[in-house]
Design a protein around this ligand. Sequence first.
Ligand code: AMP
Length: 393
Amino acid sequence: MIKTIKDFDIKDKKVLIRCDFNVPIKDGKIVDDNRIVSSLPTIEYALNEGAKVILFSHLGRVKEESDLEKNNLEIVSYRLSELLGKKVTFVNETRGQELEDKVNSMMSGDVILVQNTRYEDLDGKKESSNDTELGKYWANLGDIFINDAFGTIHRAHASNVGIATYLPSGIGFLVEKELNALKILDNPDRPYIVILGGAKVSDKIGVIDNLVTKADYILIGGGMAFTFLKAAGYNIGKSLLEEEKIDYCKDLLDKYKDKIILPTSVVLSKEALKEVDVREATIKDIGEDEIGVDVGENTVYQFEKYLSDAKVVVWNGPLGVYEVDRFRKGTLDILKYLTDNNIKTIIGGGDTAAIVSSNEELKSKLYHTSTGGGATLEYLEGKELPGIKALDK
Ligand code: AMP
């Protein structure tokens, strides 16, 4: 069993917590503080237990000097301080005397936020390549390591796997909640249905290969449906196509034709990101100059029939070009069906989670909405997550 923060005596200990504060920032303001809010239970628990809390997180990507300022984590320290109702000391370096002095003079109940761990990527990708010395250095600052950043748990970085290698380690409440939700999929009640959408087949091959034998049905929408439709012999006009994946789709349809469920109708437009001559048609009637941008009403109805007696659903990827209001209807209709019918649904992060998160009512009715798209996908692919593997068992 993986240890959780509750398994440690953390009173007066220096607890290093890897959070996911990778929040969207626009014009110097945090646009969505969801990730900070989601980190609070673990941080508050540690503080209530009388720990000295040292927080790490990445923010964006740092490839060159010009990436530093826009990915400065200091802005998070202000919001976190407001949310916690207490001072958060920001340390504007990822290693050095100032950091060491501040950590060494901490009292129980103090909070420090260390500058963006990816500042270390300027120097030979030390964070992202899990540089041994860096992991050791950070581990030396504390007594216990808690990983509460689900968004990067599928990566082996110095601030998660590196630190965990050198300290007693476990997970926080956010990661625990994510893993508990995903665990349901290891032995799901049936029927167990997977909904896949998003742009490309190639991004989801690992998931399809792993789940096609485990799930009862895989309902396919989004851009990826069109390579499948092409493989099934339909004319798809100018819809998104991955030529090199046609054979893969053909094989899959041959082997699992009763399991892989494709759209029967689609919404068409002359442009993908704009409503131009929009109409709905069956998949047999797609014009040469048309682009499939969403699933049609008939598909929604057909998908709902499959979902009607589902016990567990996992969903990754929107069913249409959701960036255009009108083309997100198929995704929203299915989401509404799932929530109206109380079907246990896990939203696997990424764009689908972003759609859900913008609608509090929907979100509250869904069983679980993951905070980590990449991590959830890798879990669904059946891979072991490095950030978990590195922790004490
Ligand atoms: P993903 O990151 O794989 O989940 O893909 C999300 C992207 O898929 C979004 O940007 C959508 O616009 C895109 N997408 C969904 N449906 C379609 C479609 N029919 N054609 C092209 N792109 C689509």
